[in-house]
Design a protein around this ligand. Structure first.
Ligand SMILES: C[S@@+](CC[C@H](N)C(=O)[O-])C[C@H]1O[C@@H](n2cnc3c(N)ncnc32)[C@H](O)[C@@H]1O
Length: 273
């Protein structure tokens, strides 16, 4: 695939149910706690880059309170329509923009938050961060949050399932600009862009064992289904059958012996002039 056609590609997880997946998997309290750790608080004007259907934007709005304001930014008009209807208010607004181009705002923001977003830009991540902080004031806070070892931290997989997941991920990296290890690069982006007072935090985003909840199972099966079909994986170990592969994933998700973990890394820093 040429670089141009990669750039023209839309979002890897694009499908009709993506809004539902984003809402179900979001833990509002975790977003508020992590954003507070970064220094986001009452009265601030915050930009939420890659906001999806707006649940994170709304969680951030709770944190900044009535005297603050949060703008959710996304390039999907469909998800933004849902976001506006569900969460639009006096201190929450939404803007459509493709962040592959710099985003400017007047007045500038006090903080920029982005989560589960940079992983979709493996080759151009630092430029995406630069575009996202272009509208941040000097002295403003940037907080980047993303997964590491994404979708690969499972115990209890059959050998063929483990190999198939690894080869799917390799295809997504190569052909879809996806970065399963975005988390470990966040510090470097802030450092190279001259941010000061950088601090990092590591947490478990998914630590799943025993009988997992229906929401967790739904999130995982949607991730696997959409990514598997997009990746063009031939499912050789399953005689070419996506259905056979999917059934084995489903069995794994239902097996109480299943153990899965996904590290989440956050990096925050202060913008210098
Ligand atoms: C996985 S969702 C992240 C949602 C939310 N930040 C969260 O924490 O759950 C990624 C979002 O990024 C948006 N997106 C992808 N590429 C984009 C781009 N180039 N510019 C703006 N938004 C983009 C997608 O439309 C999608 O809503």
């Amino acid at each position: 695939m040429s670089k141009d056609s990669q750039l023209n590609k839309t979002y890897l997880m694009e499908n009709q149910e993506e809004g539902k997946r984003l809402e179900l998997k979001t833990d509002r309290e975790a977003v508020k706690r992590q954003a507070a750790w970064a220094g986001i608080g009452p009265g601030m004007r915050v930009l939420d880059v890659g906001c999806g259907t707006g649940i994170t934007t709304d969680a951030l709005a709770e944190l900044v309170g009535k005297t603050g304001h949060v703008t959710g930014l996304d390039f999907s008009e469909e998800r933004l329509a849902v976001a506006r209807e569900r969460y639009g208010s006096e201190n929450v607004s939404f803007v459509q923009h493709d962040i592959r181009c710099p985003f400017q705002s007047s007045p500038p923001y006090d903080a920029m938050w982005t989560r589960f977003f940079l992983e979709y830009f493996r080759n151009n991540q630092q430029q995406i961060v630069a575009n996202s902080v272009a509208s941040l004031r000097t002295g403003g806070i940037a907080c980047l949050a993303d997964l590491d070892n994404n979708s690969l931290g499972h115990s209890g997989l059959s050998e063929r399932l483990e190999q198939t997941l690894k080869s799917m991920m390799a295809r997504l990296e190569k052909d879809f600009d996806f970065d399963p290890n975005a988390g470990r690069r966040l510090y470097g982006h802030l450092y190279c862009l001259g941010f000061q007072e950088i601090a990092c935090l590591g947490e478990m985003h998914h630590l799943v064992y025993g009988n997992s909840s229906e929401d967790e199972k739904y999130n995982w099966i949607r991730k696997v289904e959409v990514a598997a079909q997009q990746s063009g994986c031939p499912f050789t170990a399953y005689n070419g059958s996506f259905e056979e592969f999917r059934a084995e994933v489903q069995d794994f998700l239902n097996n109480p012996l299943r153990f899965t973990y996904t590290p989440l890394i956050l990096a925050r820093g202060i913008k210098t002039a």
